[in-house]
Design a protein around this ligand. Structure first.
Ligand SMILES: CC(C)[C@H](C(=O)O)[C@@H](O)C(=O)O
Ligand code: SF4
Length: 467
């Protein structure tokens, strides 16, 4: 057999049938469900008198609409309350496993899946959510689907898919101090652009990727979608197996050993074909952040905001000027030293325990700058409890951060955590388009350590000055 990539192997082992136009019917191992993209799907099943084909391969959780303040109080906003109550009704009626709002297992769907061992190497995993790519960090083929596909998966446990192309992004070498998985991924997106991965599944490889812990790999795969890719992948290795071992839904004992033996066969074969290969040197990557309203507008924190006048293409020039105006920045200004109003540490990109530890190590013994609102939003109740066990909540509270309940929070304006017009936010999330964190809000994407540095200095700051 010809050498195959990790993607090819997972694909081949899940094809039920390939249709003449190369569309495959793909078996789906795990279906993750949240409140935003599931209501019409459940309604569709109801109208056609269908049930879920495999409810136990499905898990539901509420995350986008949940308030991150006291959860024992009624949810004030009618639309949010309605979406949450609708999901709760649907999971009861259709017998779908569900982590309720007041359970410690509740959290952002892309934090919960890996944390519970629901997402495992070699699986196909879907969810009506673009950042499903996160789960690719385990060496699973994980991608976002639309609401009509959600219904299709519920009814059949399969999906129709055209094969994707293979792309490999290799980061060799060792990153310097203060450079995290988030910086690596932002640097990749800055390099290949938001359309760089279009039509491809990206496999991340190279020593700098191998050295990342699972949280870091999840950060990288999470933002594959911001590079235009269909999904992101990292080949499963000892780091993966040790992460999976002992998780509630993971195989146990002999079944675990057998699973590991299989997972070890998944790595791409020597000589496997990639349609595109991109290489970066880890030593060239510094702490970075975005200056504009697209995730590809990445500059080093030591850099200056670009000048549209230097751009030859007129439409690109106009677009850059619009970004500068929206972001309230001047062409050519130094980005470091720009005052921030809000700091948001959370989202499915950067709300795991490792992310909170990184932020806490910068915040420890310091104070949030006067006038800055700084929020820590753990990715799940389990992350929150772990952080409290380690005393991180105290570090944050003493420094003047808010310590909140798990959810998508200020990553997007679907719940009470929102920016007000003109507010500038240093954010560990993954999207920075106009109004993403609230109408008129200005978002700079950066790492948890850089976000903490912004909180304690009150400005966009090179974290290396604080470590
Ligand atoms: C609401 C949901 C469909 C959406 C997504 O698909 O990604 C959200 O999670 C986001 O990050 O914008
Ligand atoms: S945290 Fe943000 S990116 Fe992730 S699922 Fe929620 S809204 Fe989407």
């Amino acid at each position: 057999m010809a050498p195959r990539t990790l993607f090819d192997k997972i694909w081949d082992s899940h094809v039920v049938e390939t249709l003449p136009d190369s569309t495959a019917i793909l078996y789906i191992d795990r279906h993750l469900v949240h409140e935003v993209t599931s209501p019409q799907a459940f309604e569709g099943l109801r109208l056609s008198g269908r049930r879920l084909r495999h409810p136990d391969a499905t898990i539901a959780v509420v995350d986008h609409n949940v308030p991150t303040s006291d959860r024992t109080l009624p949810i004030e906003e009618a639309d949010s309350r309605n979406q949450i109550e609708t999901l709760e009704r649907n999971v009861r009626e259709f017998g779908v496993p569900y982590f309720p709002l007041l359970s410690a297992r509740q959290g952002i769907v892309h934090v919960v899946g890996p944390e519970q061992g629901i997402s495992l190497p070699g699986m196909t995993i879907v969810c009506g959510d673009s950042h499903t790519s996160t789960h690719g960090a385990l060496g699973a083929l994980a991608f976002g689907i639309g609401t009509s596909e959600v219904e299709h998966v519920m009814a059949t446990q399969t999906i129709l898919q055209k094969p994707a192309k293979n792309m490999k992004v290799v980061v060799e070498g060792q990153v310097g101090p203060g450079v995290t998985a988030k910086d690596i991924m932002l640097a990749i997106i800055g390099h290949i652009g938001t359309a760089g991965g279009t039509g491809h599944v990206i496999e991340f490889a190279g020593s700098a990727i191998r050295e990342l812990d699972m949280a870091g790999r999840m950060t990288v795969c999470n933002m594959s979608i911001e590079a235009g890719a269909r999904a992101g992948l990292v080949a499963p290795d000892e780091t993966t197996f040790e992460y999976v071992r002992g998780r509630p839904f993971a195989p146990k004992g002999k079944a675990f050993d057998e699973a590991v033996a299989y997972w070890k066969t998944l790595a791409s074969d020597e000589g496997a074909h990639y349609d595109r290969v991109v290489e970066l040197r880890a030593e060239d990557i510094t702490p970075v952040l975005t200056w504009g309203t697209s995730p590809e507008t990445v500059i080093p924190v030591t850099g200056n905001v670009p000048d549209p006048a230097a751009e030859a293409d007129p439409s690109r020039r106009r677009q850059m000027q619009r970004m500068l105006d929206y972001m309230g920045l001047e062409a050519g200004q130094k980005i470091a030293g720009t005052p921030v109003d809000v700091v948001f540490i959370g989202s499915c990109t950067n709300s795991r325990i490792e992310d909170l530890r990184a932020a806490a190590s910068v915040a420890a013994g310091r104070k949030v700058a006067p006038g800055v609102r700084a929020m820590i939003v753990p990715g799940s109740g389990i992350v929150k409890a772990q952080a409290e066990e380690e005393g991180l909540d105290k570090v944050f509270l003493e420094a003047g951060f808010e310590w909140r309940e798990a959810g998508c929070s200020m990553c997007l304006g679907m719940n009470p955590d929102r920016l007000t017009p003109g507010q500038r936010c240093a954010s560990t999330s993954n999207r920075n388009f106009e109004g993403r964190q609230g109408p008129g809000g200005r978002t700079h994407l950066l790492s948890p350590a850089m976000a903490a540095a912004a909180a304690v200095t009150g400005t966009l700051t090179d974290v290396r000055e604080l470590i």
